[in-house]
Design a protein around this ligand. Structure first.
Ligand SMILES: Cc1cc2nc3c(=O)[nH]c(=O)nc-3n(C[C@H](O)[C@H](O)[C@H](O)COP(=O)(O)O)c2cc1C
Length: 152
């Protein structure tokens, strides 16, 4: 799909019909790694792909996702939160490209059981993932949904 059509087609999917494949997971991890992070300090970040049903059952607000890809950071500040968002956006677009359902998720962060995220890292943002029967088609997005000032 053409890039702008992909961007217009991206949408939150909150119901999933099954588990993504290991190959698809690797594609999403690659997309995350292609994201920009402030100062280029990639070693400050960690990805944790949670697929263990026992752990997922303890997490709030993940709907029926069978994979949650969590972005964690050492000493998170504003720059790290922004970078985590950029990483998550890459994951969402790559998921859409694969026909996978996904959604940004902050609701689950506080409920990730201890021991799941590597020591020294704080989870800041997540993406819920799973197969979907929904289709992606360009949406009509109003140009003024976010009010804009053009200064020139
Ligand atoms: C920072 C951030 C946090 C979000 N957290 C959640 C969440 O915890 N649960 C949820 O269902 N959606 C969450 N969303 C998804 C938004 O609700 C959704 O993107 C927004 O309503 C626009 O819908 P769309 O993605 O279909 O365009 C989050 C989005 C962002 C950017």
């Amino acid at each position: 799909m053409e890039t702008l059509d992909m961007i217009k087609s991206r949408k939150a999917i909150r119901h999933y019909t099954g588990q993504i494949s290991d190959e698809q997971l690797q594609t999403l991890i690659l997309a995350a790694n292609a994201g920009p992070v402030g100062m280029g300090t990639y070693t400050d970040y960690r990805l944790t792909a949670i697929q263990d049903p026992k752990i997922l059952s303890q997490m709030n607000g993940i709907y029926d996702a069978s994979t949650v890809l969590v972005i964690s950071v050492q000493d998170p500040g504003k720059m790290e939160y922004v970078s985590a968002g950029a990483i998550a956006q890459n994951i969402e677009l790559a998921a859409e490209n694969e026909g996978i359902g996904s959604n940004f998720n902050m609701a689950s962060i506080a409920s990730i059981p201890s021991g799941v995220i590597p020591d020294g890292f704080d989870p800041v943002f997540a993406v819920t993932l799973g197969l979907t029967d929904q289709h992606f088609a360009p949406r009509t997005i109003p140009n003024d949904r976010i009010k804009t000032n053009i200064v020139k």
